[in-house]
Ligand binder design. Structure first.
Ligand code: S3P
Length: 441
């Protein structure tokens, strides 16, 4: 199969309703927690992307069975101490930082060696941020150059810890919460703001958790060990996948889109707040709450007079996966946009801050950078005519999808490599842009 996309035409105006696939963060968490529950959990609308399919394979290797029946995954769990492991077990976590970090949290009480490895991109990412706190629980864990492969040997003698999560990483926070679930005593976490799906799931599953929020930090206490019962969960759509269609619509002419049934947890909606500050008029319809998670349809219309933003730093965490696509909007805005302290972007599937800046320069947008702060000089008249090739971005799915949106809204002749990267988070991406009328080869 050819592994690149050719886009030579902007998308024509469209007015459509779409659905996007299930939320990736919730899908991975639901699978991992189902493997720890007692009984059969039933999960519908699970995202069927590589990150989630790898999560299913991992729990199967650890002794949980699952079956797919129509749109429903049934997962058998046998409780917190039920992992059944082969000797010299090797676990492949593919491209997924969430899976690799969270599974380490679940392996803390396994008293034999397990090796965790991932693909090229994941093997470049920092795992000391998670091995350091896990060691304080009493776990033996070794990394290769601070990254994967990692070998972990858990212990029966786990000690609860006091942990300060100061990166704003939900993966680190969640991994420690899972380790705490298996540990006798009260683990105390002070965490910089980040997505709170794990907290909401714990509450929903009646796992003993205490939460206190201040403006800057969340304080979490978990009293383990605590077995819990199996559950049913219907995964809402992913706002991070929706983000590409939100911006596609915003930057197209005379178009509108309704994206149905999306998770709009406030810890994830930074993109909406940022774009609305830039003069977009994105609204939520049919708002409801499902198991503590806010869900709604997202309605977006094209907008020609986008203005620049001075993006407040506190918004970074709730838009952490959306900055590439937000930069594209800033490139079309009137005025100079500023974004601060975006160092964490370089710790993602690819160094997204570096790649995002290079991308903007490549399409003729002026960007100034001081360490991890950037200024984007927007141009509302930005139109592209040249040929552009996108290659060598470590198969980062979000770079691929952002480049496609740029091609469909700004013009130019594009060849975008690594189309298979979308399998990580959003295998239906191409199908949906075609449904909206995009001409692609
Ligand atoms: C995620 C947390 C974020 C995010 C990632 C998914 C999660 O990573 O970038 O795509 O599901 O917890 P960090 O925890 O590294 O910020």
């Amino acid at each position: 199969m050819k592994n690149f996309l050719v886009i030579n035409n902007k998308i024509k105006s469209f007015n459509k309703n779409i659905t996007v696939s299930g939320d990736k963060s919730l899908s991975i968490r639901a699978v991992l927690l189902a493997s720890q529950a007692i009984g059969k959990s039933r999960i519908s609308n699970l995202l069927e992307s590589e990150d989630v399919l790898n999560s299913l394979k991992v729990i199967k290797k650890l002794g949980s069975n699952f079956k797919k029946k129509n749109n429903l995954y049934e997962i058998d769990g046998y409780g917190l101490n039920s992992f059944y492991l082969k000797k010299k077990l090797r676990i492949y976590t593919g491209n997924s930082g969430t899976l690799a970090r969270l599974i380490l949290g679940l392996l803390v009480n396994v008293n034999q060696e397990v090796k965790i490895y991932g693909d090229k991109s994941l093997s470049k990412r920092d795992f000391s941020r998670i091995s350091n706190p896990l060691k304080v629980f009493g776990v033996n864990i070794k990394l290769s150059n601070n990254s994967l492969p990692a070998t972990i040997i858990g212990t029966k003698y786990l000690r609860p810890i006091n942990y300060f999560e100061n990166l704003g990483s939900a993966q680190c926070k969640s991994a420690i919460m899972l380790a705490a679930l298996k540990t006798n005593g009260v683990t105390k976490i002070k965490a910089k703001k980040s997505r709170n799906h794990t907290e909401l799931l714990f509450q929903n599953l009646n796992i003993p958790i205490k939460l206190k929020k201040t403006k800057k930090f969340d304080f979490i206490e978990i009293n383990g060990p605590s077995n819990f019962s199996s559950f049913n969960y219907n995964i809402p759509g992913d706002i991070s996948s929706s983000a590409f269609f939100i911006v596609l619509t915003l930057l197209s002419k005379n178009s509108s889109i309704l994206i149905k049934n999306i998770n709009i947890n406030p810890s994830r909606t930074g993109i909406i707040k940022i774009l609305n500050k830039m003069n977009a008029n994105i609204t939520f319809k049919n708002k409801k709450v499902y198991k503590g998670e806010a869900v709604a349809d997202i309605f977006v219309k094209s907008k020609s007079n986008i203005k620049s933003i001075k993006c407040p730093e506190y918004m970074n965490s709730s838009a952490i996966d959306e900055f590439l696509i937000i930069f594209l909007v800033a490139a079309k805005a009137k005025g100079i946009s500023t974004f601060k302290n975006l160092g964490e972007l370089n710790k993602k599937e690819s160094p997204r801050l570096d790649i995002g800046i290079n991308f903007l320069k490549k399409i003729g947008v002026k960007v100034l950078r001081k360490k991890n702060d950037i200024q984007i000089y927007g141009n509302p008249k930005l139109k592209l005519k040249d040929e552009y090739i996108m290659k060598d971005f470590l198969k980062d799915h979000r770079v691929f999808m952002m480049s496609s949106v740029a091609a469909l809204t700004l013009g130019g002749k594009w060849k975008i490599y690594d189309q298979d990267s979308i399998k990580t988070s959003f295998p239906n991406f191409i199908k949906i842009i075609k449904k909206l009328g995009a001409i692609i080869n």
